[in-house]
Design a protein around this ligand. Sequence first.
Ligand code: M6R
Length: 609
Amino acid sequence: MCGIVGYTGHDNARDIIIDGLKKLEYRGYDSAGIALLSKGELIVRKQKGKIVNLEKEIADENLQGTTGIGHTRWATHGVPSDLNAHPHTNEDGTIAIVHNGIVENYMDLRKWLIEEHHVSFRTDTDSEVIAHLISVLNEGNLEDAVLAAVKMMKGAYAFAAISKSEPGKIVAFRKDAPLIAGLGKGCNFIASDIPALLKYLNKIYLIENGELVICTPEQIQILDQQKQPVKRDVLQVTWSLEDAEKEGYEHFMLKEIHEQPKAIRETLMRRLDERGKVKLDGISLTLEDLERFNKIYIVACGTAYHAGLVGKYIIEKMARIPVEVDVASEFRYRDPFVDDKTLFIAISQSGETLDTLAALREAKRKGARVLSVVNVVGSSVARESDDVFYTWAGPEIAVASTKAYTTQLICLYLIGLYMGDLRGTISDSYYHSVLQELKAVPEKVSAIIERANEIEELAKYLYNRDQVFFIGRGTDSAVAYEGSLKLKEVSYINSFAIAAGELKHGTIALMEPETIVIALATQDALFDKMYSNIVEVKARLAHVVSIAKEGNDRIGQESTEVIFIPECIDEVTPLLSVIPLQLFAYYVARERGEDIDKPRNLAKSVTVE
Ligand code: M6R
């Protein structure tokens, strides 16, 4: 969703801001713009489409300025257009703002501004009201005007403002949308997200809800709404610039698929102690807690939800506590049975997904204990949880989630093992055998990736089909959902996933000669049942691509093609079987010439409902 970057210092703000915006492209956007304080003037340039369009537009202008703000917009109110792009200004063009989120009461505010202050609006956005509010409420300085404005605004937002009369100053405010401030050398920054700043610094402040930031080249001040200074520790960022660069890969998605062995190893090893047992370091989940919980909810969106579906199988099997998995946007509106006997596990790569955050708040309000599985340190989900289990995937830039998913699974396995061990619901030998299998996963993932050319060939053959079905049983059905989502989001092929046993209850009606069916058949315990489902679709002359464990010599008899994954226990196959599906989605999209890292209509971090 929208991205914000602000710089104040002594260098050319234009280049630094555009560079920062490019690092936020992955969030998804449809227009970009920049406002600079330059030689006593406020200059605004904005353009529909990609950042390169904006760059072309300003290429011949010698725009100078050492303070500025920039924005990538993901349209919510008003179509993507030059006019609706940010920054927005007040009527006389002396104040500019960039905004991420939604001002829910913008219609009331517009009415008030028109009736009481005769303001003329130029755009269809909700954001424009912020510039006018700051302008009409400005009686002295920018920070007071921003604080007065936010008192009138409802919704979830983060925004930054600059004013012609206060050069060198950026004022920003956060309420339920991500905002960080970065400490440079002789310069300071604000941004929506860490990758925008990695080139320039590794020390940041995480801004909390209801906080105002005043940024000048000399200092960053954080104030509460009563203008009292807030003391905040500096966070040392561990991600490197290379983590956020393509490093020779054609796309971030491919790079991130390849990074999985390392990310999985890192996530796993950080949670094992010297005796090789799961350590929760800082997370307190005692036996007493576990005996109290009568239910676990896993709540998330998209790919993170699919990780949760696998998590249900794992935690129920190991810890013997009932687990319900729900999409966050449904959970919060259905008055779920949550109380102080509930453990609520939120899963989110970004930690900023609004639906997940809102579900988490609802669960907390009802008394649940909240444990989150999050990739971005200090993100909103992480901060609002009682405990956080971090994935160590590094920044995930491609919209299509890959390494976040596999590292989320690792966390869920570790949670399951820890709980099972503590509750005595698994034996010592089982505990250690699963851990041994998990430790072998990075190498096995590498082995699958090394054979990527087989999947590339398959993609070349199948890329122009208009429909693909994914089927599986047990954890294979959860992976089927993930494979289907991956394919549809990057290739735009209509794909559909279903628990294989459900086929006969309706969906098999869609099977025709040459229908593509990707059949996950990795579960030894369910193989015979799954085999029957494959036979059923094959009988309708479907083109069946099966995914099975090496050494399975029956699967080839009824499959058109087979992709083998290395031998492993049933429990850990989701970590392996998803890899060919990620690669398949990637290569199909590449064959079709799609914009793989930034699929149409999608945003990396979904910070609106
Ligand atoms: O940042 P989150 O993990 O909370 O994001 C949740 C979903 O929006 C995300 O997984 C989405 O489904 C991905 N684009 C899938 O690849």
